[in-house]
Design a binder for this molecule. Structure first.
Ligand code: G3P
Ligand code: CA
Length: 225
């Protein structure tokens, strides 16, 4: 059962910062970051399209140069890290889940990763076209389709874009879905699991891993099960 630290470990430090990643790395098998591009074409770890919610700045990420973006406080004195800084931190230590938030950035994401491959890498996106593109560019790297809304045939959609992983929102997971995905050769890695009951249910359903805001609590529950 793989434990993924969501946005680093959002319950343990400011999301998508090196501090949250470090804390997540203490317990998780992989840590996740969301990627977006600055105005000058630098990949940075931030969830939203604007900096408003997670920093002391305002406006769209793509309106900032990297120099101006890194002046912002992303919480507890942390900065918004670049993908390069994230890779420096996790490489050789913990696996990385990279979520592509902006369709069209796949090639630049892949070329940055090829320069500095982490120990283990999953490339994931809500956008099926982005999953298809990363599988064309890096066929040997596991890629996954994330979803939250109802999809008529999520396994079929994932297979149609050569995905290796299916990442449903936790409330979308059922025995039937897990069995169908496994029969199709897909790993099932839902998000977000929080409580001990969630972890026990995940074990019962036979999922292959999950994301959690607090991977250390998740590890404790898993070890105690
Ligand atoms: O991996 C799934 C999860 O990261 C998707 O949700 O909104 O945190 O990007 P969000
Ligand atoms: Ca994410």
């Amino acid at each position: 059962m793989l434990i993924i630290g969501h946005r680093g470990a959002r319950a343990l430090g400011p999301e998508n910062t090196l501090s949250a990643l470090r804390r997540g790395m203490a317990c998780a098998d992989l840590v996740e970051v969301d990627l977006r591009l600055t105005r000058d074409g630098i990949l940075v770890a931030i969830h939203d399209a604007t900096v408003d919610r997670t920093t002391n700045g305002t406006g769209p990420v793509k309106g900032y140069t990297i120099e101006d973006l890194t002046r912002l406080d992303a919480g507890e004195g942390e900065k918004i890290p670049t993908l390069g800084e994230v890779l420096d931190l996790v490489r050789n230590v913990t696996g990385l889940v990279v979520e592509i938030k902006e369709p069209g950035t796949e090639a630049i994401v892949v070329s940055a990763l090829m320069e500095m491959m982490p120990k283990r890498l999953f490339l994931v996106s809500f956008y099926s076209e982005s999953v298809a593109t990363v599988k064309r560019l890096l066929p040997g790297t596991p890629a996954g389709l994330i979803y939250s809304e109802e999809i008529v045939d999520p396994v079929g959609l994932a297979r149609s874009v050569q995905a290796d992983l299916l990442l449903p929102r936790w409330d979308r997971v059922s025995h039937e879905l897990v069995d169908e995905a496994h029969t199709a050769g897909l790993l099932v890695v839902p998000w977000l699991l929080t409580t001990e009951d969630d972890i026990l249910e995940a074990l019962r359903l036979g999922v292959d891993g999950f994301s959690s805001d607090d991977p250390c609590n998740a590890r404790r529950y898993l070890d105690a099960s």
